[in-house]
Design a protein around this ligand. Sequence first.
Ligand SMILES: *Cc1c(COP(=O)(O)O)cnc(C)c1O
Length: 426
Amino acid sequence: MSISEELFERACRVIPGGVNSPVRAFRRLERAPFFVKQASGAHLTDEDDKQYIDYVGTWGPAILGHAPECVISAVQAAVPQGLGYGIPTRVEVDMAETVCRWIPSIEKVRMTNSGTEATMSAVRLARGYTGRKYIIKFAGCYHGHVDSLLVAAGSGALTHCEPDSAGVPAEFANLTIVLPYNDHAAVERAFAQHPGEIAGIIVEPFPGNAGFYLPRPGYLEFLREITARNGALLIFDEVMTGFRISPAGVQGKLGITPDLTTLGKIIGGGLPVGAFGGRREIMDCVSPLGAVYQAGTLSGNPVAMAAGLAQLNYLEQHDSYAYLEQLGARLEEGVRRILRDEQLPLTFIRDGSMFCLHFTTQEVYNLDTAMSGNFDMFRRYFLSMLEQGIYVAPSPYETGFLSTAHTEADVDATLAAMQRALRAAK
Ligand SMILES: *Cc1c(COP(=O)(O)O)cnc(C)c1O
């Protein structure tokens, strides 16, 4: 038995499923997860000393790779000053100014400890600001494990659908209207059916939690227009895409101005941080200025702020997005060549450093099409990649991430492994 397998046995006795977040358990893959001992740059080493090139990147935060020098030294400098006080600190102001400078739609921002807290607070704020109760979300978009947003967060596309989780009463979910992504008419119908009652739309502008796919041209602009016309707020959940697709996320790339934005992942530099922000008059409804209560004992933690700021500063100073695009283009070109060579017309989608190989030949543009893939083929592909020392997400419904620590040699080695894995998986 490997050391990872032993640890997993111990873990399963004292942690539900042996993990602190479900996708880590590799359950549908019918093997134990590996346990990481150490990580640096684009590489992970497991407890059995096997090395992997990592394309999960902590599920998004590790845009500079693991343990980047700039973040480690910022944390080391912050730690001796104290680990947190629950009293305002300079670094929180630096962080807020940086976020507002990078993302112009954000005039004021509040820090949280996770993406989930950020989306939960943004939805509460949208309801509090508008005095309305309904929220529109899209099937397949994941906004963390917030009660009212755990509806079609990766399965079943229904209107007013059942919650995805036990413990979420249907009455909570009833205030969430779930619509298919990339469908204009569905949104128009929802606004027609609930005039003056929809507080806002929350959307992953580039959805990355049911695989990765893109909005049709004009779709996000349409969401901007229809929310504005109906006095509802547009919330971009950029927890995954913020500081990733461009310095200002998807909104920066497409030039769309949402009312509220949620952030997470990259903003913490690997430590637990989230944030929500937006137009000043909306943010001023948050306590203590306004009536929408929101708080956090550890929010704006100085060590976490130092880590996140160091990561953002590095990204800004090093032409990182040009490098990520170049590396992404190299990966994409290689994958498309392999798919042609192997006569596997699978769907591959990439933007910048985010990518997904869908195990389907259909065009993927919403949850239903993302779910049309062949899981068994994915499973064979994943296990072969892992065996060859390449760690891609252990689910076909996740996004792959490149980091600035990946080299062209890493990508080329990955492509060679991918060709073998796809040939074997056919
Ligand atoms: C990861 C993610 C969240 C939740 O963030 P946590 O930090 O895991 O709570 C919310 N929205 C999106 C788009 C995400 O990708």
